[in-house]
Design a protein around this ligand. Structure first.
Ligand SMILES: [Zn+2]
Length: 261
């Protein structure tokens, strides 16, 4: 299976499409050492989000690396950020431009095979779960959980704010939900935040968010400086004890928002 899935009891689905770092052997054989490192993975997010306030949420977690196929890109590979550097559906380079393959990159047949075996099953599960939540609860909140290195010169200038909230410029969720999350961030001073800055929400946030249909999606793109030792990509227990309480408050705010519906 290319993902794991848990059914929850509240109308919240947490999706972690870049969690995986696994690469199947037949693909690994074609990759460079950099490709095999899967270093642009959203490391440890399942662990970071393992909190009392998220236990009742549904959870969808990708197992395979974004270097195999990027689940947060449209399957027709249209650019998410026209005119800006970005990476595609089946990326040929790491974020910093280093090649992922030492052979020719995957051809159209291989890309289609990855779409059918990895991309489609994840999106089918996501769609089915949103439909179930809507049917059983009348609404669904989709939290797209991401993290990224604090500095990626090829993709964005300078240093990224700690919390990057993306709602496709307010179109992927009701304003009151965005406000509830942003209020948590505005009422603390340990971490910086921005709303709809460089990251406005990727394909999943934009495609599934439809507030008129009571499906509300929010992307939380977290700077890895808040919870990793970035030089070694390892879990930093001191930092995580500071950032996890913010997530607890964010999910409390989401539960409160749902209760008012
Ligand atoms: Zn991500």
């Amino acid at each position: 299976m290319s993902f794991s899935f848990r059914t929850g009891s509240v109308p919240i689905l947490i999706s972690i499409p870049h969690h995986g770092s696994k690469i199947p052997p037949e693909i690994a054989a074609a990759m460079t050492t950099d490709g095999l490192s899967s270093r642009d993975t959203d490391w440890f997010l399942e662990r970071l989000y393992d909190l009392p306030e998220t236990q009742s949420a549904s959870l969808l977690v990708a197992e395979w690396s974004r270097y195999v196929i990027d689940l947060n890109r449209p399957s027709d590979n249209q650019s998410l950020y026209p005119g800006q550097a970005t990476t595609g559906l089946v990326p040929e380079t790491c974020f910093d431009g280093t090649p992922i393959y030492h052979t020719n990159p995957p051809d159209a047949v291989e890309i289609e095979r990855r779409i059918q075996t990895v991309w489609v099953p994840y999106h089918q599960q996501l769609q089915d779960e949103l439909a179930r939540l809507k049917r059983e609860h009348g609404l669904a909140v989709l939290i797209e959980a991401h993290s990224i290195a604090s500095e990626v010169p090829r993709l964005f200038p300078g240093r990224l704010p700690d919390f990057n909230i993306g709602t496709n410029h307010g179109q992927s969720c009701e304003a009151s939900l965005q406000d509830a999350i942003v209020n948590v961030l505005a009422n603390q001073s340990d971490f910086s935040h921005v709303i709809n800055g460089r990251f406005v929400g990727g394909y999943i946030t934009r495609h599934y968010g439809n507030p008129a249909e009571q499906i509300h999606s929010v992307q939380i793109e977290l700077s890895q400086a808040t919870y990793l030792d970035e030089s070694t990509l390892s879990w930093n227990p001191v930092r995580t004890t500071k950032v996890q309480p913010i997530f607890r408050q964010i999910f409390s705010a989401i539960h409160d928002w749902i209760a008012t519906r």
